[in-house]
Write a protein that binds this ligand. Structure first.
Ligand code: TYD
Ligand code: MG
Length: 455
């Protein structure tokens, strides 16, 4: 006889608990526990996908397989994945509704006309997908569309079609009738994803999973899936911004600091080949409070604009707020300016913004942050042809940064005239290689004098 009991699942990370708790001990989120009735049927160990029996093998006897990479024909995506799709791997694309996940997946499906693709959608009808394909203006005879949400049927159809790549839009709509809970609950999401993974590994087919991120707790956050899948891609971007940023947060086959930039247009997503150009305001006049940092994201150097606004605090406690940059780090840099260089910023509101909706965690951004704060405080603009790459230490010293030569060459290539780096970054640097003038500074005060006290 089937016995049922109530258990509680965290909708954010999938942790299970016998009773309701307010704060998840595993992920720290509040109010995410939702009751689910689990029916223990007499048939134990229900298996959603039955895989072939495996026996232990000697490692020396396992046939090695060349890590075959399949190009997605979208260069930015290939780079983020670490050089293309790895066969048998599972990739999760997470992002808010409307950000462009389905568009990206369909674009991959239609561009790969040399492979057999099965695009399974539980959200859109085949007609809707066709309309989107027409909008994208792409054709592929090898792309099969299936509107289905029952996992068992998906396996049957997948075995029939025998595709080279499977796309699932979205994991939250899938369900298995062997589980009692409804589609989108943590147990369904976890179990369906795990059996898809087993399938993918066994048949050696890569799988793209699309997952929504919502805060309302009805849909299981893809966080519960992060440890199952091989790669997690995060699709971000402001709805008001035209640009969409795709970044890796986990990658078993590549770096996690890669970042790809796309532009949503009326024919779908377009890769932005030279992101530095879009991240820097193309205005003619020099305004105070902006400076440009030469940063590195994953393998790629990226020049980004830092904007600061320093104004007298209207109320008692000055505000410090930053978008795209760590707030505590901003606080530290302001304290360094106050203590080591004698700038009185403690009575000022300081706002910092990284243009284009980008988030940076490269310490080399420090120098540009300081420069933009000083520039806004003095209301003196910094020339648009100047950029910065250096870390700032607590004593006010400018510290060397990694891969400085790459940062300099990128700035040089984009036509910058001057770059400020740390004096201690000169080891092995061949300055004569570059057209750009390299200015070395060792302390914050030195930077200040060099930037603003020329005449
Ligand atoms: P979509 O891929 O449906 O988002 P998701 O699957 O992440 O929910 O993309 C949705 C948005 O993109 C929608 O607002 C319409 C817009 N869009 C364009 O601007 N141009 C296009 O060519 C396409 C296909 C969509
Ligand atoms: Mg969608």
């Amino acid at each position: 006889m089937a016995k049922s009991k109530s258990v509680y699942f965290c909708q954010n990370c999938g942790t299970e608990s016998a009773k309701w708790i307010g704060k998840c001990p595993s992920c720290g989120e509040w109010n995410t526990y939702v009751e689910q009735v689990v029916t223990k049927s007499s048939k134990k160990n229900q298996i959603l996908y039955e895989s072939e029996k495996q026996i232990p093998q000697k490692i020396s006897e396992i046939k090695s397989q060349k890590e075959g990479r399949i190009s997605t024909k979208i260069k930015e995506l290939d780079r983020i994945l670490g050089g293309g799709l790895v066969s048998g791997s599972m990739i999760l694309i997470g992002g808010e509704p409307g950000i462009g996940k389905s568009t990206l997946a369909l674009q991959v499906a239609l561009k790969l006309d040399n492979l057999k693709i099965l695009y399974i959608s539980g959200e859109e009808s085949p007609q809707q997908i066709k309309m989107r394909a027409e909008r994208l203006n792409l054709q592929n005879d090898n792309c099969f569309i299936l509107s289905e949400t029952l996992l068992e049927n998906i396996f049957t159809q997948t075995i029939n079609v025998n595709p080279d790549l499977i796309i699932i839009d979205s994991i939250q709509t899938l369900y298995s009738d062997k589980l009692e809970s409804s589609a989108g609950t943590v147990s369904q999401v976890r179990e369906t994803a795990a059996s898809l993974l087993k399938f993918a590994k066994e048949k050696n087919v890569p799988v793209f999973l699309i997952g929504h991120i919502t805060k309302d707790g009805n849909l299981a956050g893809p966080k519960a899936l992060e440890h199952i899948v091989d790669t997690v891609l995060q699709f971000e971007g402001d709805h008001n911004h035209m640009y969409r940023i795709l970044r890796t947060t986990k990658n078993r086959f590549g770096s996690t600091s890669e970042l790809g930039i796309f532009e949503m247009g009326n024919k779908g997503l377009r890769e932005v080949a030279n992101p530095s150009e879009i991240l820097i305001t193309q205005s003619e006049d020099n305004l105070s409070g902006t400076s440009i940092a030469s940063t590195i994201n994953g393998a790629r150097p990226l020049l980004i604009e830092i904007q600061a606004l320093v104004s007298s605090a209207a109320y008692g406690t000055p505000q410090r707020s930053s978008t795209g940059f760590d707030n505590r780090r901003l606080g530290m840099l302001l304290a360094v300016l106050e203590k080591r260089a004698g700038f009185r910023l403690s009575q000022k509101d300081v706002f910092l913004n990284i243009a284009g909706g980008i988030k940076v965690d490269d310490p080399a951004t420090d120098l540009a942050v300081i420069a933009s704060v000083l520039s806004s405080n003095l209301d003196l603009p910094i020339d648009k042809s100047v950029c910065f790459a250096g870390e700032v230490g607590l004593t006010g010293e400018i510290r060397p940064v990694a891969r400085v030569d790459q940062r300099i060459s990128e700035a040089d290539k984009l036509g910058f005239k001057k770059i400020y780096i740390s004096k201690f970054n000169l080891k092995g640097l061949n300055e004569s290689k570059y057209k750009i003038q390299i200015i070395k500074v060792s302390r914050v005060e030195e930077l200040f004098r060099s930037l603003f006290k020329k005449n």
